[in-house]
Design a protein around this ligand. Structure first.
Ligand SMILES: Cc1cc2nc3c(=O)[nH]c(=O)nc-3n(C[C@H](O)[C@H](O)[C@H](O)COP(=O)(O)OP(=O)(O)OC[C@H]3O[C@@H](n4cnc5c(N)ncnc54)[C@H](O)[C@@H]3O)c2cc1C
Length: 444
C-alpha cells in the first residue's frame, strides 16, 4: 500500500493530487534512498574531532537527488509563504511523517530544523537585503543556520529571562553574554546565527526588552566554548553548542524588524512550523513499531520455545502502539488543518495538544520496541536507542511539556468556565423544577 492510499479518511478531502504524488515520492525517497544511506553518512562522519569538520558527501548526493525529484522546501505552506513548494501545512505534515523515519531525509530535502524556523523568521520579518543575503542561500540549501536564545545561567523557557546584552553604539550593537544548546553551530556550513538578546533592559514592558539580530559566523569575539551531548550523542556535524560573545560588534542594520521586537518575532517564529517536530515524531514512532514487529517475528530468537509474537503481552504492545500512533497522528492532522484554515495563532490549543501528546505517545512506543529487543535495543545495533534520545529531548527542546500544559490548561479553563458553570447550574435547577412539578423528591 502506498503512502497516499494510507492517508486517514479525515484528512483525505484536504489533500490534493499533486501532494499525493509527492507523498508517494517522499516515502520512496526515504525508504529506498535515505535509510540505506545512513551507515554511509555515519562512516563518512568518521571519529573524534574529524566529525566536526566532516561534510559527508552522501548528504550532497541525497540533496541533488531530492531536488531532481522535486522534493525541496515542502515545509513552507502555500497559504503563508510564496517561497515554498506549494503544499499546505497538512500536506507537508503527511510528508514530514516519512521524513521523520530517517535522520538524513529532512536535511536532504531542505526541511530540517533549525533552518526551517530560521527561514520562516527571515521570510516573515527580514528586509530585502537580509532575505537576499541569508534567506536565498538557505532556501537553496547552500548554507546552514542556528538560533541562539537559550542561556546557561537563566531558566530560558521563560524568554523574559534572556540576559545576553545588546548595547547600541553608533551604527553597531555590541553583544556580550553566553548561549547554549545552539543547534547547528558545529556544522562548518553554518554561516549565520539568529541571536536573541536584551537591548532595552529598562523598558517598562518586559516583552519589549528583547531584540533579535543576525550575527555572521566568524564575527570577532564569538567563541564556541564546547559542544554538548544528548544522552551521549554528539549529533555531529551540526551538534549543540555553548557559545560565548565578548564585545561582538554587529551592524545595527542586522537587527530583524526593529529594536524591542524580539518577542514578537519569537511568537511568530515557528508559525506553521510549530508542529514540524510532532509531524516527524509520528514517523519515528511508526519506525519503532516496525522494528518491534520485526523483532517479535524473529524465529531465531525464541523464548520458552515460542517466538515473542506468541506471547500475548507482546501482541498487546503492538495493539496499544497502533492505537497510540493513530491517535497522535489525528491530533497532528487536526492542528495542521486548523493552521491551514487560519494561522498558528488561531490554532494554539491544537498545537499545544500535539506538542504534549505526540512525543509522550511516541516515547511509549519506542520504549516497548527497545524492551522487545532486550540488550540490543539499547545499543547501536538498532535505530531505537537514538530515536528514544531524540524524541525524549523534544519534551524539553520543543518547549517543556509543563509550559504547554500550563498554557493549554489556562486557556481551556478560562474559555470554558463561563459556559459550563451556568449550564450545569441551569440543569440542576431544571431537574428541581421537573421533580417539584411531579411532586417528587430527588432520591439520588
Ligand atoms: C536537543 C536540544 C536542542 C535545542 N536546540 C536549541 C536551539 O537551537 N536554540 C535554542 O535557543 N535553544 C535550544 N534548546 C534549548 C531549549 O529550547 C530549552 O532547553 C528549553 O526552552 C527549556 O529551557 P531551559 O533548558 O533553560 O529549562 P528551564 O527554563 O530552566 O526549565 C526547566 C524545567 O522547569 C520546568 N518548568 C518550566 N516552566 C514551567 C512552568 N511554567 N510550570 C511548571 N514547570 C515548569 C520544566 O519541567 C522545565 O523542563 C535545545 C535543547 C535541546 C535539549
Amino acid at each position: 500500500m502506498s503512502a497516499s492510499s494510507r492517508i486517514p479518511p479525515i484528512a483525505q478531502p484536504f489533500v490534493g493530487d499533486r501532494a499525493k504524488i509527492a507523498l508517494d515520492l517522499v516515502e520512496d525517497f526515504v525508504e529506498r534512498v535515505c535509510i540505506p544511506a545512513e551507515p554511509v553518512f555515519s562512516a563518512q562522519l568518521g571519529h573524534g574531532r574529524e566529525r566536526w569538520n566532516a561534510n559527508p558527501a552522501i548528504l550532497e548526493d541525497l540533496k541533488s537527488k531530492a531536488r531532481q525529484m522535486g522534493l525541496w522546501n515542502m515545509f513552507l505552506p502555500k497559504n503563508h509563504f510564496s517561497q515554498g513548494a506549494g503544499f499546505s501545512n497538512l500536506e507537508y505534515g503527511l510528508m514530514a511523517e516519512y521524513l521523520g523515519r530517517s535522520r538524513l531525509a529532512s536535511e536532504a530535502t531542505n526541511n530540517s530544523a533549525p533552518d526551517t524556523g530560521n527561514m520562516e523568521v527571515l521570510a516573515t520579518y527580514g528586509n530585502d537585503s537580509q532575505k537576499q543575503l541569508w534567506l536565498a542561500p538557505l532556501l537553496k540549501g547552500e548554507i546552514r543556520s542556528a538560533f541562539l536564545m537559550t542561556e546557561p545561567d537563566v531558566a530560558s523557557s521563560d524568554a523574559t529571562n534572556i540576559q545576553l546584552s545588546m548595547r547600541r553604539e553608533g551604527n553597531e550593537y555590541i553583544l556580550n553574554g553566553s548561549k547554549w544548546w545552539a543547534s547547528g553551530v558545529g556544522d562548518p556550513r553554518c554561516k549565520i546565527y539568529i541571536v536573541m538578546g536584551k537591548s532595552s533592559p529598562d523598558h517598562i514592558d518586559p516583552y519589549r526588552q528583547q531584540s533579535i539580530i543576525l550575527v555572521p559566523v566568524g564575527t570577532p569575539g564569538i567563541k564556541i566554548h564546547r559542544m554538548l551531548t544528548v544522552y551521549g550523542y554528539d549529533d555531529s556535524p551540526a551538534g549543540h553548542g555553548h557559545v560565548t560573545f565578548e564585545n561582538v560588534r554587529v551592524p545595527a542594520s542586522n537587527l530583524i524588524l526593529g529594536e524591542g521586537r524580539g518577542f514578537e518575532i519569537m511568537q511568530g517564529r515557528l508559525g506553521p512550523g510549530r508542529i514540524h517536530h510532532a509531524m516527524r515524531t509520528i514517523g519515528a514512532a511508526e519506525k519503532a513499531l516496525e522494528w518491534l514487529i520485526a523483532r517479535v517475528n524473529d524465529d531465531r530468537k525464541k523464548t520458552f520455545g515460542k517466538p515473542l509474537s506468541a506471547h500475548a503481552v507482546l501482541l498487546e504492545w503492538i495493539a496499544r502502539s497502533r492505537i497510540e500512533i493513530d491517535a497522535a497522528r489525528l491530533i497532528v492532522i487536526n492542528a495542521a488543518i486548523k493552521i491551514d484554515q487560519g494561522d498558528a495563532k488561531s490554532a494554539l490549543k491544537e498545537i499545544a495538544e500535539a506538542k504534549i501528546l505526540v512525543p509522550q505517545s511516541a516515547l511509549t512506543v519506542i520504549d516497548r520496541a527497545v524492551q522487545a529487543f532486550g540488550a540490543a535495543g539499547v545499543s547501536q545495533d538498532t535505530p531505537l536507542a537514538y530515536l528514544w534520545a531524540l524524541v525524549r529531548t523534544l519534551r524539553i527542546a520543543d518547549g517543556p511539556d509543563e509550559v504547554h500544559l500550563q498554557q493549554l490548561g489556562k486557556r481551556e479553563n478560562s474559555t470554558r468556565k463561563h459556559e459550563i458553570i451556568p449550564r450545569l447550574d441551569w440543569q440542576y435547577k431544571e431537574s428541581e423544577r421537573l421533580l417539584a412539578a411531579r411532586g417528587l423528591k430527588s432520591n439520588l
